[in-house]
Ligand binder design. Sequence first.
Ligand SMILES: Nc1ncnc2c1ncn2[C@@H]1O[C@H](COP(=O)(O)OP(=O)(O)OP(=O)(O)O)[C@@H](O)[C@H]1O
Length: 501
Amino acid sequence: MFTVACLVLSGDIMNKTLPSAQRPFLQTVADLMFSNPFDHEVSEIEALTGLSLGEGSTEHFYVLLKPKLESVMTTLAQQGVNGLSDLASSDDRHLYMAANLFLIYDRYIDDLDALIAQQIKEPERRLKVKFSKSAFQDLAQLGLDNTQSEKYFALFYQLRRAYLFINRELTGNAACIKRLRRDLWNNVFTSDALLYVNNLWSRMEDFSTLLLGETGTGKGAAAKAIGCSGLIPFDVESQTFKAKFTESFVAINLLEYPEGLLESELFGHTKGAFTGAISQYDGLFKRCNAHGALFLDEIGDINISIQIKLLKVLQERRFSPVGAHDICRFSGRVIAATNRNLNELREAGEFRHDFYYRLSSDVIELPTLRERLEQDPKELGLLIESLMERLTGQPSPAMASDVLEKLQRSIPPDYSWPGNVRELEQAVRRTVLGREYTGEYIPREKLPVWVESTMAGGLTANELLSAYCSSLYRKEGTYEKVAAITGLDRRTVKKHISAAL
Ligand SMILES: Nc1ncnc2c1ncn2[C@@H]1O[C@H](COP(=O)(O)OP(=O)(O)OP(=O)(O)O)[C@@H](O)[C@H]1O
């Protein structure tokens, strides 16, 4: 339950009760206010509330509830209920508070969106939140003290960021992608938002997350959505949030660093710690702020000694820069991702069990594009629309349907999209440039094209390797097998295959 029970102000007269006719609706609002917005279909809300939004509506359910809620609040005010202190029972105060928080949040949604957009435009600027004064007045009028107002104002900002980032970064309508958005929301707020609000919101650091899935399925996008959605406290005096969410997400592709450099990239080093360490260097753990998340991509590719060091940070929250005796604390969250099979790596002794368990407070699997298209064939068109919007900076439905039509003509109907959404992005770009995209799958009759180019001397060595590795990858299905056949190491194989997408 809310902390409203402690809001009883001495000397106040608390003699009112909520009319029983309004209670069921207010209970529904309270339940929805703290539920996962990606968990509800509009039809379900309509059934719960008896309200109607109209067929096919994609509006957020807030829109549906708002007019009725406003009218209920006006009726209550006419009956003398104007704040929490007017109500006698803690149950009534809980319902009244949830309803009002709902309306106050809704009142500032446009301001919050503008603030978020401005921060994205000016990632390094600490922005003054001009509407905070009026929001704090609303919260005080409801009956919240300063500490509680600060808490709920920070929560509003967090709710809105999470909603926008999860919605924007991971578009799609297939059941598996809806489930993904729901899982990501729960990852930020837990499945019990009241528990989160009352107990957990400043203790999420121990909830590390493992994102699994094929290349290009959106693991990086999902990690960014989580990282940008952490709780950031508000400073009333300066009217600013205490950190910028644009600096709350720090990512590293562990494959990009040779072993020797990786440790210092992660933990930093002191001047003179090793030959070439000409000055002190702050590693990523130090640069990631306490309200954010560090994203460790390709976690399945690091050696045991780095696994042990990372395990120590996860367990003890402490680390030392290379060459230093000082102990630094890390207070952010850790998100890790891989497209490798960690169970196989664990069985082979290449990935430590204790590290795996410490990393996986939450494990989220990203669906492949194949799975998405199987579940909902309209998904391709929807994704192309969203990718076109990203490309052009505005909704471009006509261009998107043109691209869809061309792609449907050029790729086989059962094409498996081995590079997932990243490959689709490239396919869209290529089609926009007026070139045909036939997919990574090369039909038999087209096979000689690159073979011919090779014979004619039309390919560079890198292009040849990319084409060869890609064709092996299609046949063998894993980077490891391609590496074994070509004698290249896995990183090089992956680099060549990615270059071909
Ligand atoms: N559901 C989605 N909706 C919109 N864009 C998406 C979606 N999934 C992935 N993308 C886009 O596809 C591209 C590749 O995604 P991302 O880099 O997150 O994949 P990944 O799984 O981390 O790949 P890798 O394992 O190769 O690092 C990004 O530009 C991302 O924004």
